[in-house]
Ligand binder design. Structure first.
Ligand SMILES: Cc1cc2nc3c(=O)[nH]c(=O)nc-3n(C[C@H](O)[C@H](O)[C@H](O)COP(=O)(O)OP(=O)(O)OC[C@H]3O[C@@H](n4cnc5c(N)ncnc54)[C@H](O)[C@@H]3O)c2cc1C
Length: 330
């Protein structure tokens, strides 16, 4: 589904390898000299955490620690787009299972979530799927905040995209950090399916991410975050280019156990790393971007929100707030 490698530029490859080596050496040094205190602690290096950490680290004066329970993403099953199914159920997957569902003949459905640098963006299907106008406008109305509106988010999409399909400046952006292209080599079933939809009166589109997100429905072949056969995770697009800098440290295999609270302020985190419990303080802010299950779990373990043991509700009123992908202000 992802297309073969076609571009090969030896100079670019050499540059990439040199940069990767600089990153390796820098991160080895930074993690060996882990400090007891950072300005910002970002918990979880998935889709949202990668963006937040990068945006914070753009300020060279700010020290940023990015904590991740999983390990490195530097392996073929993550990098090579075609190998994506190999991650499911592996050690790079939290591999939750849903409750047995009476509407599914009692079956439990797997609920995969990335446990690796990049989180879901390192094990997902790489489809670039923007939200529908009605949903964004609903969020804006609920939040009473126009920043969530479709028009506002459309501007952000245009700013962050590096769209490689047919030019469509009204809806698509170029030159941003998010490389995205039409599926380069779709299985013949895909266009046949779109044609089938058209034949029964369903509108069809070149991409699902432009005009279709303003319409009542339609069919299109997915846009992909794949370049030259390689996955473009959010971590690789946002955080990785900053990992040769002194102010962004990524600590893998670091499980955030709970927040250290001082009244209603989060003053730091307690982590389990190398088999030891450690405390790290945050001078400015702690950001939770642990995904839909672990964010409320860590809040609950920190005494925030609904503390009933069998529920995962959260009702944080503290000054830090959990972030979601769209909340990250890409
Ligand atoms: C198999 C699969 C296919 C998908 N396909 C697509 C797709 O094609 N297109 C699309 O747009 N979306 C897809 N998604 C969904 C998308 O990947 C997620 O919505 C997105 O990654 C969620 O981002 P997040 O930052 O909220 O959480 P995540 O990306 O899950 O990041 C959370 C991070 O926090 C870490 N973490 C959790 N708990 C702790 C802890 N206690 N301490 C330290 N670290 C912790 C996790 O290991 C993880 O790295 C897919 C997801 C999966 C699993």
């Amino acid at each position: 589904m992802t297309g073969a490698r076609s571009e090969f530029d030896p100079e670019q490859e050499a540059h990439t390898a040199r940069f990767a080596e600089r990153v390796r050496a820098n991160q080895q040094k930074l993690t060996a000299e882990l400090k007891p205190h950072y300005d910002f602690i970002v918990c979880g290096s998935g889709s949202s955490g990668s963006v937040v950490a990068r945006r914070l680290a753009e300020n060279a004066e700010a020290s940023v620690l990015l904590l991740e329970a999983g390990g490195s993403d530097d392996m073929p099953s993550i990098m090579e787009a075609d190998q994506w199914p190999l991650n499911l159920g592996s050690e790079r997957d939290w591999a939750f299972m849903g409750q047995p569902n009476p509407h599914l003949n009692g079956r439990s459905i797997p609920l995969n979530m990335g446990k690796v640098v990049g989180g879901g963006s390192s094990i997902n299907l790489m489809a670039w799927a923007r939200g529908h106008k009605n949903d964004w406008d609903f969020f804006a109305a609920e939040a009473r905040d126009a920043a969530w509106s479709y028009q506002s988010v459309l501007n952000i999409y245009r700013r962050i995209e590096d769209w490689r399909g047919a030019p469509d400046p009204r809806y698509r952006g170029t030159g941003g950090p998010v490389f995205v292209q039409p599926a380069p080599d779709p299985n013949p079933v895909a266009p046949a399916m779109v044609e089938g939809a058209r034949s029964v009166g369903i509108p069809t589109f070149q991409s699902q991410n432009g005009l279709m997100m303003e319409s009542d429905g339609g069919a299109a072949i997915m846009d992909l975050r794949v370049r030259n056969g390689l996955r473009q995770s959010v971590f690789r697009s946002y955080a990785f280019p900053y990992l040769d800098r002194p102010n962004l440290t990524v600590l893998c295999h670091a499980l955030v156990a709970r927040l250290i609270m001082s009244g209603k302020q989060a003053g730091g985190v307690e982590i389990i790393h190398d088999g030891k419990v450690q405390r790290i303080a945050a001078g400015v802010e702690v950001l939770l971007s642990l995904g839909a299950i672990h964010t409320p779990k860590v809040l609950m373990l920190s005494g925030i929100g609904d503390q009933a043991p069998d529920r995962l509700g959260s009702g944080s009123t503290t000054r830090f707030r959990p972030v979601s992908t769209s909340d990250a202000g890409w």
